[in-house]
Design a protein. Sequence first.
Lengths: 516, 316
Amino acid sequence: MSQSVAPVLEARQISKRFPGVVALDGVSIALLPGEVHALVGENGAGKSTLIKVFTGVHRPDGGELIYNGSPVAFGTPLDAQRAGISTIYQEVNLVPMMSVARNLMLGREPRGRLGVIDTARMYGEAERILAGYGVVTDVRRPLRTLGMGVQQMVALARAVAIDARVVIMDEPTSSLEPREVETLFSVIRKLRDDGIAVVYVSHRLDELYEVCDRVTVLRDGRVAHTGPLAELERLKLIALMLGRDLDEVRTGGLTRFSRDRRHARERDGAAPAVRAEGLTRRQVLRGVDVAVWPGEVVGLGGLLGAGRSETAKGIVGALPLDAGRVLVGGLPLRTGSTTAAIRAGVSLLPEDRKAEGIIPALSVRENIALAALPSLSRAGVVSDAKIDKVVEVFMRRLRIKAASPHQPVQELSGGNQQKVLLARWLAIRPKILLLDEPTRGIDVGAKAEVQALVDELAEEGLGVLLISSDLEELVEGADRILVLREGAVVGELSGDDVTEDKIMASIAERGAESDG
Amino acid sequence: MAEAVAPPGRRVLAWAQEYGVYAAVGVLLLFNVLFTPHFLDVANFRTQLVQVAPIVIVSLGMALVIGTQGIDLSVGSVMSLAAALVALYLGYGAWPALLVALVGGAVAGTAGGALVAYVGVQPIVATLALLVGVRGLANVLVPQLVEFRNPDLIALGSSSLSGVPVIVVIAAVLTLLMAFLVRRTTFGRQVVAIGGNRAASELSGLPVRRVLLLVYVISGVLAALAGVLATARLQASDPTSLGLFIELSAITAVVVGGTPLSGGRIRVLSTVMGALLMQLLSATLIKHNLPQSWTQIVQAVIILAAVYATRERGTR
C-alpha cells in the first residue's frame, strides 16, 4: 500500500468543542482503502469524539470531512451508514430477540411474490454469508442465545454486507475469547484485502501490532503521531500515548525493573491492612494479587483496560468475581458485598464520579453524610447536630467550596465534587481507601489539594491504593507500584525503581515475555 | 455546571416546581369561596376530605416507591384484598380483622418488593402482575359484596374526633409520619439516595435491596389500611370494585405534587396537595354543572403542566 492511493475518508483539521472542553483540536487523519488503521490514545484523548464525527453522531465545529474525494457532512448516523461508514461498537448493536438471519438481513430481506419475505432464501443466504466469516450456526436461533463472539461476527458481517467502505471497530475484542479473536483477525485481514479501510480502536498493544498497518495516536484532542505501526517501537507508542519523552524513557532501560518483590513493611512481619488474592473474572481479571500495608500508598499502573478499576471494584465487592478472596486484617471478607467491605473499613472512590459517586440532586451535606448515616443517627432518626458537625469539619479540612452545605452537589465544580466524595469516606474513618483516578477532570488547585490529602492520610496510617493514568502522579504519590496488563500483575516497582520510565517499560513488555 | 444566574424563565419554572401545586390549590379554593354557593359549609368540607383520604394514604406509599425510581401498580388490588380479609376475619372482632388485612398488605408488598429488589424485575412489571393476581385472590376470598354490622368497624369509617372524621385524622397523621420518615430518618434519606443514584448508593455501602423491599412493604401496608378505611366507610366489603384505578389517582397526586418519576426526590406534603387539588378540581366542576368528561380533560391538562414543570429535573 503506497501513500499515492487516495484516502477513502479523510479528516482535515477537525475541531470539536464541548462546554468546557476542547475534545478535538485540529485533528487530521487519512484512512486509505485496504489498510487497518489503529486509533489509540488514553481516556479523554478524543478517540470517541473522532469516531462520532466520522459516523455522523457529532458535527465538527471546524475543519472538514472528505469522503471519496468530496467534502461531506453527515447529519445523522444513518446518513453515514448509508454512505458506507459502518461502526461496530463494544456493545453489539443488533436486535437480540430476533434470529441471526433476520439481524443479518434486516432491511434488505429477500422477498418473494407479493412482497412477502422469502424465509427459506433468507436463511440460506445468511448461512452462506456467515460461513464466509468462519461462523457455522443455526441462523434461525435468536441472536442473544449465541456467544458474544458470534454476535460480533454477525454485526461485522452485517456492516460489510451493506457495502461498507469504512468499518470502524471500537474495542471489538473486549468480550471475545482468544479463539474468537483469531477469527475476528482473519476477517479483518479479509476486509483489508477487499480494499476496505478498517479503523481499529484497542488498548491491547499485542493486538494492534498483530493486525494493524498504520497507527494514529491521539492525545489531548490532537494527533500526537501518525505513521506505519511496524516501525514504531512499543515503548515509543506508550510514550506517545502517555505524553512522555522517549529519551527519558530509554535511559530508564526496557526490562531492568526490580525483581525484588519484598517491601520493607513486609519484612517487619506486620500484616497488611488489606490483601487480595487471586482476583479473577472472565475477560477482565486474571488472578490479581494486591496487598496494602497501613500507611502505605500502593499505585496501580497500566493502560486503560488493564484491569485497574476492576481490581479496585473486586476488592470492595462491587464487581462479581469468579475466584479469589479479600482479607482485611487477616479475616476474609464476604464476597460481592460492598456493605461488608465498608464495614470492614475498605472504601472505594470510584472513577466515574457522576455515575457512581455523587447523588446529584442531594445537597453537599447529605452527600457527605451518606455512608456514615447509621453512625450519625440514633434509633434510625438522623441527628442534625452530629451531621452538621461532621460536615463542617470536612468542608473546612478539605476546603470544599460551596455556597452552603445545602447546595445541591451537582452545582459544584468537579474538584469540589471529588472532595465531597472524599469527605463521604473520611467521615466513616476507613482503614483502606481505594482511589480510582482521584484527580481526573478536576482543576489544578484541587488536584494538588487532593494529592496532599492522600499523603496526609497515609501519614496517619491509612492504607491507600491509588489508581491513576497520570504517571507523574503515580510516581510521586505511591511508595510501591504494581503494573497491570490485560488483567494481570506484570510488574512490581518499589523504592528507587518507582519511576515513570520503569512503569512504561513494564507496560511495554510483550505479553509472551511476561508469561515466562 | 454551576450557573451563576438562572435565566428568568427558568426561575419561574423552578418556582412552579416548588410551589405550583400549593398555588393551584389556593387559587381553586379562592375561586370556590367566591363563586360556589355553600362551599364553605362544614358538611361540604367533610365530604371532600373523607373522599380524598384513602387516595392520600395510598399516595404516600406511592410517593415513596416513585422516589426510588419505581412504581406500585398493585395498590388498588391490595385495597381490595384488605377489604376481603376484613370481611373474612370480622368474626374475631374489628381490630384482629384490621391487623390481618394489614399483614395481607405487607405480604403483597413483600412479594412485589422481593421481585424488584432481589429478582431484578422491573417495578412496573412486578406490580402489574400483582395488580392482576391480588385482585383475583381477593375475588376468590370474597366473591360478592358483603355487608356487615360490626359497630367498631362502622365507627372507624363514620365517627369523628372533635368534629374531624377519623379517616381524615388518620390520613393527616400518616402524612406527618411519612414526612418525618422521609426527612428525618436514616431509612428515608437512604430511599432518596438510592432513587438519586443507585450505583453510588451501592458503592457507599447502603443496604439497597433491603431498603427497596421495605419501600414496597410500606406501600402495601398503606394501601391495605386505605382499603380497610374505605370498606369501613362503605359499611360493606366489595373486593370486586374497591380501589379500581386508584393507582392512577395516586400516581397523579405524586406527579402533580412535583415528585419526579425519575426518582431521587420525595415531596410528601406536595403529594397530599396534589391529591387535594385533583379532588377539589372535580368537585368544583361538578358543582358548576360541568360534565365528568370536562373534569377528565382538565385533569389531563394539569398532569401535563406538572410533568412540564418537573421535566427539568429528569434531564441532567
